[in-house]
Design a protein around this ligand. Structure first.
Ligand code: GDP
Ligand code: MN
Length: 417
């Protein structure tokens, strides 16, 4: 199996009918932003209001570590079709504990990340933000009782009309986490996150669902750059010796066990028996420890890009997620490394959700910074194929259509031929 769930809707519904016949769920947009980002916030809001919320009128919740100023408040009020709430973030949930944050060690470690060229590594505020989105947003008084939230950032754009209620569909279809874009994390921001997460899994005896394989390099069913075409490897013998030297023997074993499935990836039988011996010899000498279980497994760095998220708040308020967060917090990795909330949310989904509870919103056209997702790029799964006459055309506000945006991006998680 792989993550190839279907879109909720092919073609368009009548959004006015949809919103009048169904009750709104207890859900809202959640926007963390600074006062200075008001222009970007307005851009995102206009886009989402036009493409969806003008019909559904879901509320907007704005969070900030400082009070929002009057300009911010009045400008977002002008654009919203739904109720608006402004929330201040408790300083304890934004800042690291005082004794840490004021320690020379803290500053040194954060500064050092800048020196090492780790993206945003030297920005305290960025560490705060990632930690907040990892451990605290879901229990903010304005958020904690929501059933679902849709995370929105300043300066994002939505390109396709969404004519149904995604919260409602997620609920109906028992979905807990929805995404539009997956990318690979910068390795130097998460050097120990995966190892620690594995430790958490072992210590808490977590039964991993199929979803975990999205994130582990030791994967069988997810295609992508982890799959090796053996015709292309010049010297297989060396290749496997290397794997084994790096104690990735389980990985090698998997490859061998799955050898008969695909002609292109057949390993010559002479080599096979040699490799098998090699592996058996080696596995006897491995220590029986955490390392043994996971030494072949590493993080493939894939994650859901969390600047877009439609998710069940319960995923994060659950005792198991809180335990995971506490474990991570206690490791101090939120400042000794520069963990994004995206890989953390993703690994949590990997541990706590079944694949069937994750939804790929391939019908939502979306762009953040230079990366976007366009439904038009996966024609096989396209919910609605725009006729030529709609492409590249600016249509009146009330028209319903899907438009084409940026060039395709390679999606490391999804095998979408
Ligand atoms: P990027 O998308 O990873 O480049 O990071 P952003 O700068 O877009 O930050 C992610 C989100 O956190 C955005 O919604 C920002 O508005 C918000 N954010 C980041 N830093 C701060 C901060 O210091 N204060 C507040 N209130 N919001 C922040
Ligand atoms: Mn951003």
């Amino acid at each position: 199996s792989s993550l190839n769930d279907d879109v909720f809707q092919y073609g368009c519904r009548d959004p006015i009918m949809e919103s009048s016949k169904n009750k709104r769920l207890n859900a809202a947009f959640v926007v963390l932003a600074r006062n200075t980002e008001i222009d970007g916030v307005i851009l995102s809001m206009r886009s989402l209001e036009r493409r969806f919320n003008q019909w559904f009128n879901y509320p907007w919740i704005f969070l900030n570590d400082e009070p929002f100023n009057d300009e911010f408040k009045s400008r977002v009020e002008e654009v919203s079709s739904g109720e608006i709430n402004f929330g201040l973030i408790n300083s304890l949930n934004w800042h690291f504990p005082n004794n840490l944050e004021n320690s020379p060690f803290f500053n040194e470690v954060v500064e050092n990340q800048g020196d090492r060229g780790i993206m945003y590594g030297n920005m305290k505020s960025y560490h705060n933000m990632c930690r907040f989105y990892s451990g605290f947003f879901f229990e903010h008084p304005l958020i904690k009782d929501l059933e679902f939230y849709w995370r929105v950032e300043p300066d994002v754009e939505f390109y396709c009309d969404l004519t149904y209620d995604p919260f409602l569909e997620m609920k109906k279809n028992n979905k807990k986490y929805g995404f539009t874009i997956t990318i690979k994390e910068l390795i130097n921001t998460v050097p120990n996150l995966f190892k620690l997460t594995n430790k958490f899994i072992i210590e808490n005896n977590i039964k991993l669902p199929d979803t975990w394989s999205l994130f582990s390099n030791n994967m069988k069913f997810f295609k992508g750059e982890n799959e090796i075409n053996y015709k292309d490897v010049k010297n297989l013998d060396d290749f496997f010796r290397n794997l084994i030297k790096n104690t990735k023997y389980n990985y090698a074993k998997n490859v061998i066990n799955n050898n008969n499935s695909d002609n292109d990836k057949q390993i010559p039988s002479k080599l096979l028996s040699k490799l098998n011996k090699l592996i058996i010899n080696h596995s006897n000498s491995l220590p029986k420890s955490i390392n043994e279980k996971f030494n072949d497994e590493s993080y493939n760095l894939c994650h859901f890009w969390s600047n877009f998220e439609i998710a069940s708040n319960e995923l994060f308020t659950s005792p198991q997620y809180k335990a995971y967060y506490k474990f991570l917090e206690d490791s101090n990795g939120f400042f000794t490394e520069r963990w994004g909330d995206a890989p953390i949310h993703s690994l949590a989904a990997g541990m706590f959700l079944n694949l069937s509870e994750i939804h790929y919103f391939r019908d939502i056209g979306y762009k953040h910074s230079t990366i976007g997702h366009c439904p038009y790029n996966s024609p096989n799964q396209l919910p609605y194929i725009p006729s030529d006459k709609f492409k590249h055309q600016v249509l009146p506000q009330d028209e319903i259509y899907m438009s084409e945006i940026d060039p395709p991006i390679k999606n490391p998680l999804i095998n979408s031929n």
